[in-house]
Write a protein that binds this ligand. Sequence first.
Ligand code: GZL
Length: 355
Amino acid sequence: MLKKTTAALTTALLVTTLGACAKAADDTASTTAGASAQQRVQATASGTALCTSETYNGGVPKLDLKTITVGFAQSEKEANPFRITETQSIKDEAAKRGIKLITTNAQSDLNKEIADIQGMIAQGAKALIISPLNSEGLDPALKAAQDAKVPIMTIDRLLTTKTACTDYIGWIGSDFVKQGARAADAMITATGDKGEVAILLGASGVNVTVDRTKGFKDQLAAKNSGLKIVAEQTADFTREKGRSVTEQLISANPGISAIYAENDEMALGAVAALKAAGKKAGDIKIVTIDGTKGAVQGIIDGWVAAVIESNPRFGPLAFQALDDFYSGKGVPATTIISDKEYTSDNAQAELANAY
Ligand code: GZL
């Protein structure tokens, strides 16, 4: 993701917006997931122009969001707090804006996500917000939307082979490479920069997995780390596979002293495996990414060393993008959000902001 953003940035004005005041807002501990839990724009990149209904895909009808149905296509089943929170954020923002929303859930099945999107268009959705399951493979759904002149805003995972303002309006999400690098820094701190690391990889075919892995490895190399990666295996971003894969990894590699989990669900599965193996909290240092309440509680309980946030509360920015698309203000190709970090220093105070 970063290389794509970098390319866009070479010809674009990098706008760092909201960072400073949001940082200040973030510093205050909060008792409930309030304003400081919301997504904050860290940077945007737009190539040569912002995207509007007049420029998108040769031009689409300029509509009033209040009078149309918007469809939201969720990718993975809502067993993962990331997905639960993402969907709720979209629903809450639609309700706040008085917009009619229909939603689907692909249950982690690409063909179902395609059918879901085609179905919502058939049901009369005139604009879509899509959280892609994979970075490729949605072509039949994208074509159905193009043929119906239904614009698509993408959030979270990136359609790496598609074009902004042609196949989709724009994309909002985290800098996943940077998340991996921040996880590496946290791992270096947690381990004293020595020991054997196993990586629980996310799902294959997803830019998030590629980028979080690249960021982690590149940062260890850049820091000339003493840590050694002895194993890496996908656990598909799920808790049950996080547990089963960790059982295998610690059995095959008894010297493992650290685990980098590319999401919290896998990390919590790993904790279950370590407990079953008779390990104590802190025996094996775990660094993970998402920011769920379970993982942040894991820091408080000593099982997790650090959590890099991946904020799923896309509702406000996604609907603001659709608003800007139709108003003519325009939408950037890339909107990168800021993500917090949880450690033993702030986990208790910030637990309310976890999801
Ligand atoms: C990241 C998102 C990932 C989460 C996982 O933005 O795509 O997918 O980190 C989820 O929890 O499965």
